[in-house]
Structure formats: structure tokens, C-alpha cells
Design a protein around this ligand. Sequence first.
Ligand code: HAM
Length: 419
Amino acid sequence: MARVSFQTLPGTRDLLPPASDRMRALVQAFAAEAEQAGFGQIVPPMFEDLGVFTRLGEATDVVKKELYAFEDMGGRKQALRPEFTASVCRAYAQHRPLTPWKTWYAGPAFRQEKPQKGRYRQFDQVGAEVIGSHDPDLDVELIALAWRFYQRVGLTNITLLLNTLGDKAERPAYLAALQDHFNANLDSLSEKSRETLAINPLRVLDSKRPPDQPLIEAAPKILDFLSEDAAKAFERVKAGLDTLGVAYEVAPRLVRGLDYYTRTTFEFVGSGLDAAQNAVGGGGRYDGLVADLGGPDEPGVGFALGVDRTLLALDAEDAFPAADCQPQVFLVCTTGGFEAMVASDELRRAGLRVDRSFDHRSMKAQMKAANRSNAQVAVIIGPDEAENGTVSIRPLDDRPQFSTGRSEMTEKVKEQFLS
Ligand code: HAM
């Protein structure tokens, strides 16, 4: 019979050390930043009732083309999460925690996209959401949280694009104006954008196709259609960002790929990335989504950052090197007894990262493994050491090897890391 061999599916990857260490360190940096700002972690399930996600917008690519939807054995329709915001709103509606409810998350999301660099079918997001307050100062707090996180990990080539989409009440007048504008110039619009126009004129503004650009440039701006309230909130957001020294560009044509947005929307764009995948993160207000999911009419605001794209952007800046998770100490033991097991256990309990050889390999082979492990110190226990109650400590640089009593091993090894 032919041997079978499997590979990861398109758009999915194995992350091995040091890439996996680096990703975990990035998530930890985000957790630290979010918890400093009073956010608690939510861990929602990775799949939900299909209806939770169709609320993201029946006409969006995410719902129309990209959902991993399936039925369980009982015929219940469900889907892998393409993002977290809908799950957070569903969780709010289900548990009704006190407001404002500030929560952060990290984990994989799934979209059946055409895979390419920075665009995967399973990708990781970190993000934060607040349910239950209309205060635009929360919009500022969230944007600042993302911004401070980028600073913490050393990402600098990044632009914050800021817009408002106004309230749902203002939307019809703006959509009608957009429709009139594009209809009057239909011949100059690309065929794809003409199709989009029929479904959602707002999304035509998102077209990156060169022939569409002059028309998009000349399109009516939402800022001219805002209610007094929405305009005031937008002013407050901008003034708050100015006060904190967070730089932004107002981008009146910024529309996001999901339908739930109202008022403030924003995107972080990395300048070191290809245009098609340069959004490292984005978010905004979604006043109405909680109610759409069967909860009370509570507003929400939040963002999600693409972990994979943030790491690519950091690569482009040579920033955020992988955390050092390699062993510090390597145990070399040729007695055939339990010495290596006991000594490595003791050193680990003392807080050191320790690895060792298995399979009763020769001293030479074990020393080779010690050198390959990148440990700084080898602890050697041969038959002589075992008999005399000693160990040999060999720094794996140019410092000399020495012998010490077995009972002093941990203390002496720790001393090696003090200099
Ligand atoms: P989104 O813009 O769809 O928003 O995704 C946020 C980020 O996730 C993107 O900026 C990008 O970095 C990353 N991302 C999205 N799709 C992929 C992919 N296929 N491969 C790699 N990275 C990807 C949301 O998901 C909203 N839930 C954000 C939000 C939270 N709005 C309000 N609260």
C-alpha cells in the first residue's frame, strides 16, 4: 500500500519555535497592556450558532464567501468564528455582566480567503471590546490601548486612519448620495464595483482598483451627512487623541469589511507591508449589534489586531526578536541510573530551564547535544561523580570547568547566571 503523507492545508501553518515563542510573547504583551487598562479576558468558543456570525452582514465577503459553516450531527447550523466581536456581543447578551463591560481576547479566527503572505485561513487576533457606553472617551481609550501596545512591542512604521460612519439614522441619506454619484458615472466604474454598488454602495469606497479611484476621490463624504451628535462625538475622539499625542489621519473614505459599524471606525496600516495586506488592525463602534443578537440595546466599541500581520510588520522593522525559551542548562549523564532525572527535576524546581539527553547516549554524543541546545551550562554526572557525590559544571563558553559537591549543584549552577 502506498504510504500516505499529509501537509498543512492551504492558508494554515505550523508555528514552531522560535516563531511560536515570539507569537506567545506578543500575545503576552497585549494581555499586559489590556489588563493595565482594566480589561478582563474572555475566552469564547471557537464555533457558534451560524446566526451569530450572519449578523456581521449578509452582503459582506466574510459571511457570503468566507465562513467555515457546517452542521453538527443533529443538523444544527454553526460556523467557526471569523472574528470575535459577534461572540463578545452574544456573550454579553447571554450573561449580562455589569456595564461598561471591558474585555480582551486572543486566539485564532477562520476565514476561507485566498491564501497569500499575511492572509491566511486560520489567523490569530488579539482585541478588546467595551459594551454598554456611548462615551467617545472609550473610543479614545481603545485606540490608545492598541497604540500603546504597538509602542510596547516596538512597531513604529504605522499609520492610524480614523473615520466616522455616523449613526444608522443618517446612513440612508448618505447611501442615496453615494448611489446618485456612482450612478451618474457608471461607465467609469469597474465591473466589480458596479456589482458592489447594487449590494452596498458604501463598500465601493473600499475598492482598490485603479480605474475606480478618481470617482471614489470625488464621492460625497460621510462627514457632510453627520448628525450634530455624531459630529460632536467625532470631535471629542479627535481631541482626545490629540491630548494623548496619538497621531492619526482622518480618512473620510475608510469603510471596514464588516457591516456592524456606526460612528468611529479606524484602521492601523503598516507601511512596511504589501497594500493588499497592510491593515494590521482595525475596529470601531457597533451600536446595535448587541440588540441584533437578542440582547438589550447597548452600544459597543472595540478593535482587533492581526497577530500574524503585526509580526510581519515587526519583521520589516527588525523589531521584537523572539523571546529566549531555550534551555539554560543541559544535563549530561552517563551512569545509566536516575541521576539525570533527579538533578534536572531539582534544577527545574529552582526556576531554571533545563534539558537533558535520553537513550543512554555516549558522553561525546551528549556533549554535542548540549552544545547544539544553546544552553550556557552543562552539568555532567559520570560514574566517578556519582560515586564521589559530586557533579562537574562546564560553562559552554570559554570559562573553565569545575567540580562541586552534588548538594551544592543548584546553587553553583545559579551562580553561573549571575555574571
Ligand atoms: P477585521 O478588519 O476583519 O476586523 O480584522 C482585524 C485584523 O485581523 C485585520 O486588520 C488583519 O490584521 C487581521 N486579519 C483579518 N483577516 C485576516 C486573514 N485572513 N489573515 C491574516 N490576518 C487577518 C475584525 O475582525 C473586527 N472584529 C474588529 C473589531 C473589533 N471591530 C470592533 N471590534
